[in-house]
Design a protein around this ligand. Structure first.
Ligand SMILES: CCCCCCC/C=C/C(=O)SCCNC(=O)CCNC(=O)[C@H](O)C(C)(C)COP(=O)(O)OP(=O)(O)OC[C@H]1O[C@@H](n2cnc3c(N)ncnc32)[C@H](O)[C@@H]1OP(=O)(O)O
Ligand SMILES: NC(=O)C1=CN([C@@H]2O[C@H](COP(=O)(O)OP(=O)(O)OC[C@H]3O[C@@H](n4cnc5c(N)ncnc54)[C@H](OP(=O)(O)O)[C@@H]3O)[C@@H](O)[C@H]2O)C=CC1
Length: 256
């Protein structure tokens, strides 16, 4: 993966971040950029072996200054989320940043979505994000402050064949705004970020091949985005350059 940092090299030295879904796609790019800027990063998701291999691979990159650690966690399971936050505080002493990137959905016309499928998507993207925010607050940020970014999708004009995810992500954006107000006096900033359509091998594996090429046509840029471009926006919002920014929705691209 190429690293095209626009920030000064030691911006996040001494900081500790948790990136859910940090072993693949956009999450891996965020993790690498943070570690490149000196941050220690804990990546967390369900598939432990793939997660550990990703951490090993990223730690072998000589451009990385922070340490990357893998902790298995299904964000749908409250006990696992609690364990993640407690383990990070025990091992690293704090949680400066939380990037709720883990998530996804499947394509299906609304009338055909099964109850189990609906619940899986809502539990992952909405409840999982809520649990991570809540337990990061309880274990560290409520007393010490921090910065949270919730990765959503560009769902403002609907999310065709992904109604479950559109509804969940829209709810996450509103949750973000509420938590920004509730937690501002605790020194916590929280914003949501929607990637434009971003190609990665793992993302593409979940969709028919024409979904990404069709999406290219409606991008104002005329091309798909890269995981690194999302990582740059995330790092900006985590950085002191965005110290006055909270409760905001930001996107790397908008469909035309
Ligand atoms: C112009 C717009 C263009 C948009 C372009 C694309 C934009 C891309 C956006 C992205 O988000 S890319 C990221 C892609 N990555 C992922 O989506 C990965 C994560 N996704 C998942 O893990 C699953 O989709 C999940 C459902 C969110 C996770 O649930 P779980 O691990 O519990 O899954 P399963 O056990 O596999 O399924 C549970 C349940 O869900 C139903 N279901 C799952 N897949 C489908 C499907 N393809 N079609 C219909 N229904 C599905 C089903 O009821 C499953 O239960 P069972 O039937 O298996 O018992
Ligand atoms: N690519 C794109 O065009 C866009 C992506 N997004 C969003 O960006 C985020 C990253 O997607 P992207 O990198 O593209 O795709 P990936 O499929 O590579 O990433 C999804 C990640 O989420 C993790 N994950 C899924 N479910 C859970 C769970 N229950 N608990 C913990 N981790 C979980 C997966 O790991 P594991 O399987 O090990 O749990 C995986 O690492 C997702 O939320 C996605 O919906 C939004 C808009 C557009």
């Amino acid at each position: 993966m190429n690293i095209t940092s626009v920030f000064k090299p030691d911006l996040f030295t001494g900081k500790v971040a948790i990136v859910t879904g940090g072993g693949t796609g956009i999450g891996a790019a965020i993790t690498q950029e943070l570690a490149h800027l000196g941050c220690d990063v804990v990546i967390a998701s369900r598939k432990e072996q793939r997660l550990k291999e990703a951490a090993d691979q990223m730690n072998a990159n000589p451009n990385i200054k922070g340490r990357i650690t893998a902790i298995a966690c299904n964000i749908r399971q409250e006990e696992q989320v609690k364990n993640l936050m407690q383990s990070v505080v025990k091992e690293f002493g704090k949680i400066d940043f939380l990037v709720n990137n883990g998530g996804g959905q499947f394509q299906c016309p609304a009338e055909n979505i099964s109850m189990k499928g609906w619940s899986a998507v809502i539990d992952t993207n909405l409840t999982g994000t809520f649990l991570c925010c809540q337990h990061a607050f309880r274990e560290w940020m409520g007393a010490n402050g921090g910065v949270i970014i919730n990765i959503v999708v560009d769902m403002w004009r609907g999310f065709v064949f992904m109604s479950h995810s559109g509804a969940a992500r829209s709810a996450v954006d509103n949750l973000t705004k509420t938590l920004a107000l509730e937690w501002a006096d605790k020194g916590i900033r929280i914003n949501s970020v929607a990637p434009g359509t971003i190609y990665s091998e793992t993302a593409a594996a979940n969709y028919p091949t024409d979904v990404f090429s069709a999406s290219r046509e409606v991008q104002p840029t005329g091309r798909l985005g890269t995981p690194e471009e999302v990582a740059a926006l995330v790092c900006f919002i985590l950085s002191p350059a965005a110290a006055f920014m909270t409760g905001i929705f930001a996107s790397t691209c908008s469909h035309s």
